[in-house]
Design a protein around this ligand. Structure first.
Ligand code: HSE
Length: 355
């Protein structure tokens, strides 16, 4: 049985949900997978930082209502965040990077990942920034340092699409994908189909906590663009950065346009896609498309995400599931840790063998 010490960078919804899962699921993980998780450090801009080599009770992290700087009240705690010290010095096997996504240059999360890898830590992240802007560099660095780097939750949260496509569809001749990769915009389109204006539908999405306070990235396709870059690079061998992908959102669509499509047996969806052409060139885009109702993505409603992989040997293979949510995204981190464990990097890197 292996124990992995975790350092959590960022303590927003996702890492808080991970701490809840550690507290609820360790026994099941031990039984099913043969591993146990132990949180030894947390650093967060708002709450401060805490390092405790023997482990922090995850319930103390999740059940206490900390105010600003509140980690100072914990043993080994301080009121200031100290990402660099925690990443480089805390006795962690795995750094869990879940800070905010910067859509312009992916920082400071890229630096966090770099520090962690150079310090010999495995990295798991749900953050799209490092993966969309620096996956190639970080993967080379991880290989050079003999550590794992996993990021399943950067696309479609815990719904397994990256490893599914890379591993399970290996050999199928994967040559493209089309996806509904943003739940907020899909929810809004559904409401507009039912007659709401864009603004009213967006308000409803915000009231339900789906859309961000600034929903630009959701409705203008910027969030999907990062996911398309990640998938195109990862699955098709592209070398895109976000500026290479043309991107159009849904804010210009009207209920009238949606009802015209309905009259033609079609439905508007915000589609992120990439495809390899006969000459091997990869084309990618984010745009609203009016697709026929028989299309595998046409029936995907509400905030649900889906992706259809185009393959030579199987035709189209579609995976559907949640694309957001705290626990769902935290599960992606658990699946990444399991992947690292199973890759047996653990044999040389992490962990303490239980007596
Ligand atoms: N805000 C995104 C969505 C989830 O609405 O799908 C995180 O990428």
């Amino acid at each position: 049985m292996a124990t992995y010490n975790l350092a959590l960078i960022g303590f927003g919804g996702v890492n808080r949900a991970l701490a809840e899962l550690v507290s609820r699921k360790n026994a099941a993980l031990e039984k099913e997978v043969g591993l146990r998780l132990n949180i030894v450090a947390v650093s967060d801009l708002h709450y401060g930082s805490v390092v405790s080599p023997n482990g922090i009770d995850p319930r103390a992290l999740t059940e206490t209502r900390f105010s600003k700087g509140g980690f100072a009240s914990l043993s080994g705690g301080r009121s200031d965040a100290d990402n660099e010290r925690v990443i480089k010095e805390a006795p962690a096997d795995i750094v869990v990077e879940a800070t905010f996504t910067d859509r312009v240059n992916g920082e400071p999360a890229i630096t966090h990942c770099r520090w962690a890898i150079e310090a010999g830590r495995h990295v798991v992240t749900t953050n799209k920034g490092p993966v969309a802007f620096a996956a190639r560099e970080l993967k080379l660095l991880a290989a050079a340092h003999g550590v794992g780097l996993e990021y399943e939750g950067s696309v479609m949260s815990g719904t397994p699409v990256i490893r599914f496509a890379k591993r399970t569809l290996l050999g199928s001749g994967l040559n493209g994908f089309e996806g509904i990769l943003n739940g907020t915009s899909n929810f809004i389109l559904g409401k507009m189909e039912a007659g709401l204006t864009f603004d009213a539908a967006l308000r409803e999405a915000q009231e339900l906590g789906l859309a961000e306070a600034d929903p630009t990235a959701d409705v203008e396709g910027h969030d999907v663009r990062l996911k398309v870059v990640i998938l195109a690079n990862e699955l098709l061998g592209a070398e895109f950065s976000p500026r290479d992908v043309v991107c159009k959102g849904i804010s210009h669509l009207t209920p009238a346009a949606l009802s015209v499509a309905a009259g033609e047996g079609k439905r508007w969806k915000l589609i992120g896609s990439a495809k390899r052409d006969e000459r091997g060139k990869i084309h990618a885009s984010v745009e609203p498309r009016s697709i026929p109702l028989v299309h595998p993505l046409a029936g995907v409603n509400g905030a649900t995400n889906a992706i259809s992989f185009q393959t030579e040997l199987l035709g189209s293979v579609t995976v559907t599931g949640p694309g957001a949510g705290r626990t769902e995204t935290a599960y992606a981190l658990i699946s990444d840790i399991i992947a690292i464990h199973q890759a047996n990097i653990g044999a040389t890197k992490p962990c303490k063998e239980a007596a």
